[in-house]
Design a binder for this molecule. Sequence first.
Ligand code: HBZ
Length: 831
Amino acid sequence: IEASIPSESRQVWQKFGVKEFGGKDEFQQEFIRHVETTLARSIYNCDDLAAYQAASQAIRDRLIIAWNKTQQKHTTKDQKRVYYLSLEFLMGRAMDNAMLNAGIKDITKAGVADLGFKIEDLLEQEPDAALGNGGLGRLAACFIDSIASTNYPGWGYGLRYQYGIFKQRIVDGYQVESPDYWLTFSNPWEIPRYEIQIDVMFYGYTRKYTNDDGKVVHVWEGGEQVQAVAYDVPVPGYGTETTNNLRLWASKPTREFDFEKFNAGDYESSVRESQKAETISAVLYPNDNFYSGKELRLKQQYFWVAASLNDIIRRFKKTHRPWKEFPDQVAIQLNDTHPTLAVVELQRILVDMEGVEWDDAWKIVTNTFGYTNHTVLPEALEKWPVPLFQNLLPRHMEIIYDINLFFLQQVEKLFPKERELLARVSIIEESSPQQVRMAYLAIIGSHKVNGVAELHSELIKTTIFKDFVTIYGPDKFMNVTNGITPRRWLHQANPKLSDLIASKVGSYDFLKDLNLLKKIEPFAHDPKFQDEWVAIKKFNKARLAAHIKQYNGFDINIDALFDVQVKRIHEYKRQQMNIFGVIHRYLSIKAMTEKEKKEVTPRVCIFGGKSAPGYYMAKTIIKLINAVSEVVNADADVGDLLKVVFIADYNVSKAEIIIPASDISQHISTAGTEASGTSNMKFVLNGGLILGTVDGANIEITREVGENNIFLFGHLAESVEDLRHKHRFSKVPLDPNLEKVFEAIESGTFGDPNIYNSLVSSVTGSDYYLVSDDFQSYLDAQKLVDQDFKNKDTWVSRSITAVANMGFFSSDRAIDEYAESIWNVEPIAVE
Ligand code: HBZ
């Protein structure tokens, strides 16, 4: 490492090198110093917010020290690094996680207590970093936690949105969105790097000329410039000094603002132009599993990709290696197709700017990238209209045409005369206007393509990417089943359960090696252990009940079965089937005698999740859930036997309260539609059982925990196509129980039935998501749940056995698989 300080001055530096606070006293010293200097407050006006800020400043200092050490170590080691490019990082809160991972939870807790504060109150002050929509964004957050915890040198790259996913309120039963401006009180967990500014260009034109060596050179010029400024978020590993970096880019106007306009007296419009630059990174697009071809979204993608690659290349150039060694130093993982422009940008830099020959450059590119697919839903696949693309990124469009040309030539050689194959696999779809198929570009530009659970990885090979398996052979396609970080999703969310497990495992080592959970299996039938297990579940249910009391305003019975479905609202996830099932349950209870009612297992049906703001059907589902809730909860005939709750504004912090409280959680997507799911893993890890379809990672969870410890139902993925075909070409009779449910809705039991017309007819019509086909099987499974829940002993032993077998679903395991079979990176120990 080149040092800028002359050697005679270095002694002074070494003498005063910063140290981390050690014990409680030193933490308190730091805390007070931050209250009085950083915050310019005092003992007389230090409220919970100020105390949170001071504590987080002290913790931040500590992270930065470890961050510096780690980066120096990684630089001197000079090994291959991995870069995880994701347009979303759904981090949630940072403080509790930072304390846990840095191993300073006890001293900070005791430290703030002496100073007159409760750590829980301080933690509550922190807004969620909600820079993501759902599973894909949360997966990225779990992955960077695991990359640090397993000591891999790896960075995340994303966008620093000023507005994360919108906040959801329920007004009159409907979802109402408001902006999530999460940076009001500044963010102690980020380090602005104002010195790292990268110019990014849009629009303009291309031209080519022949240089002195007779080589044709392409240039792209005359466009608008914006600047990317880096904000670094330290990512501490658990039980290790390794502290990696998450670099988020914010857009700023370039220094050169339009002086021509300014001098011409048009001051306002010259300022407006420069303000436009800031809108690029201003807001997260709130769609999950849905593609909407907005120009600003493509701008975001290129802005982020261009800044990140520029940064990665700058780092590589410091090593003075030849370009061909780039893939030995750099692995880049594409989280879905959102960063696919990186493939084109790297090829452009190598060929246009660095003078590398096309074929050599292309080898470097494909050896660098890996692509992870997260969905087979056609409406989620990104396709950009060529005219829009061409206008915004004219040189990239040309390069895509060339990549496509060389690729199709290769295919033609392998499969002569198969003209239809060529049209099918072309990056350019011949629609009007033509479209750029980003997934195909990602496949062609990567050396490995992976799905996120076994079934999903098989499905991409046999459906959407079938032709590419024919072309490349099967080895390019693989599976890496998702995982979750046990630090946040067990220890933080459920500290009591973590402590109980530790008492049997003998340590907290299971938080680093989740397979150690196996050690609790022998206690599945131990009455004392069972009692403690049950008591913890009850505690967690009471904690959730208190939350519901505070925000929904009513009491729920914590001895009832807590049945939870929390996730983005989407037709394929079938919250509509769940609420139809609830209506069926309600009607059944209404028809019971008092004697029959005594046999009913009391239930609390808990829903939560956001709908994309423009997704009419999802919004209708939310309205129906709330309408049912209102009717059922007020019905004296039902009492405690059934309660329906919609928890507003579901987010990471709420998940940490909700998940540990569930007895049953629902993961009931139409078979073949949910790529993996990750909350299914979180629920089981916290001792809840799954009611689910044979879909996504439910399948692997079943294999690990055993068929007896999960409630599966519904048609299999292999029958879905036939069933849909039947619906399309004949009149399939509606499930009779569902018919009764629809009669109740249509008779106005839940208010104006017209509101639900489209929802009902989506099922009575083509029933694309097979709600009617699966309904009886769903009710049967629910009946079994009711019966089995009555047998407390068996239920708790199933819960313990399931947890004991969840080791596979640690994101540490997933990261090891990526490192081994896609990235080829090695861990580095940091002392
Ligand atoms: O990724 C989810 C899958 O639906 C889920 O099954 C899987 O477990 C998870 C992690 O692999 N996909 C998403 O969450 N997708 C998005 O949020 C998304 C956001 C913007 C898009 C497309 C998809 O343009």
